[in-house]
Design a binder for this molecule. Structure first.
Ligand SMILES: NC(=O)c1ccc[n+]([C@@H]2O[C@H](COP(=O)([O-])OP(=O)(O)OC[C@H]3O[C@@H](n4cnc5c(N)ncnc54)[C@H](O)[C@@H]3O)[C@@H](O)[C@H]2O)c1
Length: 347
């Protein structure tokens, strides 16, 4: 499979490393509007060709699939162009900045018959897959209460770089640069983590969010720092459970931690994922009496990159697809609406 990498910033390195490790996948081209960045990236990953925009790459055309690792607001026009040219697409999350655009992308994907997938990275977490399996097989009974959080601290630490000077962090802080803040950036991950893990859908939400003051006039150069940094949501799930879902970039002490706790009438499960690794614990059966938790072995699961390549080879659909990502985007749009309306909204 000949793969084009579109956008060669921070996350594209993870894509290049994963895809090039899959036998039979060849990285044939790299595209970035910053030619120096594209060239350095191509050299680092042994890619023969670079292009200054997608149109040039499409005019050349010698690739089967593309991985779209551009900033959020660029996903929509570029993915539609790739699909129109008959290329399979793995697109980064969020699919777009609004449900309307994400829906248009899902429609185009369905019409095309091509393989399309959204990179909800945490589907790669084996304990999440195992937890879902246990919930769906009834191991913890009826799920009543769900608690999901995504904690980052890049606004209070330099572990990932300096957000005050680096464009990859600054565009994430600005709505005019197409960001829906922490809600759009990692809210989509934790919504998926909670819904997929519990084998359920979010049916109604209430949400509050906040952008904190962080620079004089809340502006750095061309970036107005108005996108939310923290959000808190209450959610009603289709399985009847009530839940809280929240995320922050101000979560001092946590570089990148996702946690999902699910409490049922016969047991409970807890999934934790951090850069150091992931774990699954359960309190099930007799253990419920004295609240004793035990580690559960979750084994291993294939990555999204591996599953995308397998789907392209076999010519079949793969999840999480664009329709699922568009459905999640609808919840994100509603959260923004709920912040203004200050009331619960149904999905
Ligand atoms: N799945 C995950 O866990 C995960 C993690 C990090 C980032 N992401 C997503 O990946 C995407 C990229 O994030 P990043 O951190 O790499 O950002 P980044 O700013 O580091 O990189 C984006 C790159 O795209 C380039 N670009 C912009 N417009 C372009 C265009 N029209 N054509 C070609 N290239 C263009 C930029 O010059 C830049 O080099 C975002 O959508 C982000 O949400 C996902």
């Amino acid at each position: 499979m000949r793969l084009l990498v579109l956008g060669t910033g921070g996350m594209a390195n993870t894509h290049a490393e994963h895809f090039s490790a899959i036998p039979g996948v060849e990285l044939v081209g790299a595209v970035d509007v910053d030619p120096a960045r594209a060239m350095a990236f191509a050299e680092r990953h042994g890619i023969a060709r670079t292009f200054a925009d997608l149109q040039q790459a499409l005019a050349w055309g010698e690739f089967d699939a593309a991985t779209n690792v551009t900033p959020d607001r660029v996903h929509h026009p570029t993915t539609l162009a790739l699909l129109a040219a008959g290329k399979h697409v793995l697109c980064e999350k969020p699919l777009a900045e609004s449900f309307a655009k994400a829906d248009e992308m899902a429609d185009a994907a369905e019409r095309s018959g091509l393989v399309t997938m959204v990179n909800l990275t945490y589907r790669n977490v084996a304990p999440l897959q195992k937890a879902r399996e246990l919930v769906l097989s009834g191991t913890i009974g009826l799920v009543r209460h769900i608690e999901a959080s995504y904690l980052q601290s890049w606004l209070v630490s330099r572990a990932w770089g300096d957000w005050t000077t680096e464009s990859q962090w600054l565009w994430r802080l600005s709505t005019r640069h197409g960001s829906n803040g922490v809600l759009g950036d990692v809210g989509i991950h934790i919504l998926d983590f909670a819904a997929y893990g519990s084998g359920s859908e979010v049916e109604a939400i209430y949400a509050r969010m906040k952008a904190f003051d962080k620079a004089p006039g809340n502006r750095i150069g061309e970036y107005e720092l108005d996108a939310n940094d923290s959000f808190a949501m209450t959610a009603e799930f289709s399985n009847g459970a009530l839940g809280v879902i929240h995320a922050s970039r101000w979560a001092t002490g946590h570089l990148n931690e996702l946690r999902l706790r699910m409490h049922g009438d016969r047991g409970a499960l807890e999934v934790i994922h951090t850069p150091e690794g992931s774990s699954l614990r359960g309190c099930i059966g007799e253990d419920v009496e004295n609240a004793r938790w035990r580690e559960i072995d979750a084994g291993q699961v294939p990555t999204n990159y591996e599953r995308f390549v397998a789907a392209v080879r076999e010519g079949r659909p793969v999840e999480p697809g664009f329709r699922h990502a568009a459905d999640l985007q609808k919840v994100l749009d509603l959260a923004i609406e709920a912040e203004t309306a200050r009331r619960e909204l149904a999905v």
